[in-house]
Ligand binder design. Structure first.
Ligand SMILES: Nc1ncnc2c1ncn2[C@@H]1O[C@H](COP(=O)(O)OP(=O)(O)OP(=O)(O)O)[C@@H](O)[C@H]1O
Ligand SMILES: [Mg+2]
Length: 432
């Protein structure tokens, strides 16, 4: 067998067998084999999963909470978010505190079972322009926290009876994230993304009947936010009277609702102007920077009544006491996003090319040009990766043709589409 090559039946990688350890599971007759690294992954997964389950078992729940509280202090959570999210300091703080307080409430609840005093939960609403990091921030938070966490796209929800997903789907998603454990589900966090999409399109001034679907979704969500027993069937099972259902009480589930709330700054501005006629940003045509500055100033002044005008029913707003606003990202912020976060696009490309023995170099002006183009596209940090991807396509196609150590330089002209990234030979290997 030694010297022969086999494909791993899981990852498909070709493995040259020097010793049994290279492919610990191998049937030379059928060619079925599992490589060392896949076995390692499976082993690690099982170990991690068992540890997690052990930590979550009811017996340990109380103990675990003490442990989690000690481990996930707000400043620690924020430090973690800082590794991935640029700017948005206030939002990171608010979320860190919200998560920490969520643990605290759970602990208080468990320590005082039977008592009738409890700490109210503080559901959060987060808003900010498109591509500023709302979804990204929450997805990183979910990776850190040792409690079930599920994201549901609110725009996919429909009122019961309409075609589409019922609001219960949000709880069902959490139930699956909790490994189908009801008790864990009841202490989890639900992130309702694209929450602004269920605003009554007509806003507060028009009749409710103009937009019955969204109003109905909001009413459904309200019940969940207030705390009610939500009943749903397993995934893939149709709802019918005899179908077995799962019941989850949402009283202790923390809800975080996020959305771009496009245009809300106009509502805020109208109100602010009414409150204080002195405020003004000049009447001449504002530059992009002025518009952003104005947006950032306005968005932080958002009040519940603005959300009401936007088309969220007052009862829901009352259940979302924490309002967290994110800023528009300017050119400098986008530049930092390209290189600083742990998973920054430039770092990712560097790693990819290093695997082909290539050192990737972006000139400062090139990165700035990427940021400039992203600003023009008005989708925040979202378009950064796409812009680089376009430029890198040919390089990534050509480079694997040889194994020679090389270096690729991306200049401003490359980003502008006026030149191709240059490939140069490099003396010594860079992967060493
Ligand atoms: N502040 C930031 N720091 C680091 N990366 C960011 C930041 N904002 C956005 N990004 C990057 O841009 C991408 C898009 O951001 P994200 O999905 O969080 O936008 P969003 O705020 O949810 O927008 P939308 O309202 O359109 O859903 C993410 O994958 C993330 O990598
Ligand atoms: Mg998003």
């Amino acid at each position: 067998m030694a010297g022969e090559s086999y494909h791993c039946s899981l990852c498909g990688r070709r493995v040259r067998i020097q010793s049994r350890a290279d492919m610990p599971v191998l049937d030379p007759n059928t060619g079925f084999g599992i490589c060392r690294s896949c076995i390692k992954n499976i082993y690690e997964f099982i170990e991690e999963d068992e540890k997690r389950n052990a930590r979550f078992s009811k017996k340990n729940f109380k103990y675990m909470l003490g442990d989690l509280l000690a481990k996930n202090k707000p400043h620690v959570i924020k430090e973690y978010l800082d590794e991935f999210i640029i700017m948005q300091e206030r939002a990171k703080k608010i979320l860190s505190v919200a998560a920490y307080n969520h643990y605290k409430r759970m602990k208080y609840d468990l320590d005082n079972r039977g008592g009738d005093d409890e700490i109210d939960k503080s559901n959060v609403i987060i808003m900010g322009p498109t591509g500023c990091g709302k979804t990204a921030m929450l997805s990183h938070l979910s990776k850190l926290l040792d409690i079930p966490f599920a994201v549901t796209d609110a725009s996919s929800l429909t009122e019961a009876g309409f075609v589409g997903a019922d609001v219960e789907v949000a709880v069902r998603n959490l139930y699956y994230a909790a490994g189908k454990d009801v008790e864990k589900t009841e202490h989890g966090i639900i992130y309702l993304d694209e929450f602004d999409k269920i605003a009554r399109k007509s806003g507060a001034n028009n009749s409710i009947t103009a937009d019955p679907g969204h109003e109905g979704v909001q009413q459904g969500l309200l019940k969940m936010l207030e705390g009610s027993v939500v009943e749903f069937t397993e995934r893939g099972q149709r709802k019918h009277p005899e179908a077995p259902t799962i019941k989850v009480n949402t009283k202790n589930i923390l809800f975080i609702c996020g959305g771009a709330f496009v245009g809300i700054e106009k509502i805020i501005e109208k109100r602010v102007k009414k409150d204080d006629s002195n405020i003004g940003f000049g009447s001449e045509i504002p530059s992009k920077e002025d518009t952003d500055k104005k947006f950032n100033e306005l968005i932080h002044q958002v009040r519940p009544e603005d959300l009401m005008k936007y088309g969220i029913i007052p009862e829901i707003i009352g259940r979302l006491p924490v309002i967290c606003t994110l800023e528009t990202l300017d050119e400098d912020a986008l530049l930092r996003i390209l290189t600083e976060p742990k998973n920054a696009p430039v770092k990712q490309y560097e790693k990819l090319l290093a695997m082909d023995n290539v050192k990737l170099e972006f000139e400062e002006a090139a990165l700035r040009q990427v940021a400039k183009m992203a600003i023009e596209r008005k989708t925040g940090a979202r378009s950064l990766k796409g812009i680089i991807e376009d430029v890198m396509l040919d390089v990534m196609f050509d480079i694997p043709k040889s194994n020679e150590p090389r270096r690729v330089v991306v200049t401003e002209a490359c980003i502008k589409g006026e030149a191709k990234p240059q490939i140069f030979p490099l003396e010594e290997s860079i992967s060493a």
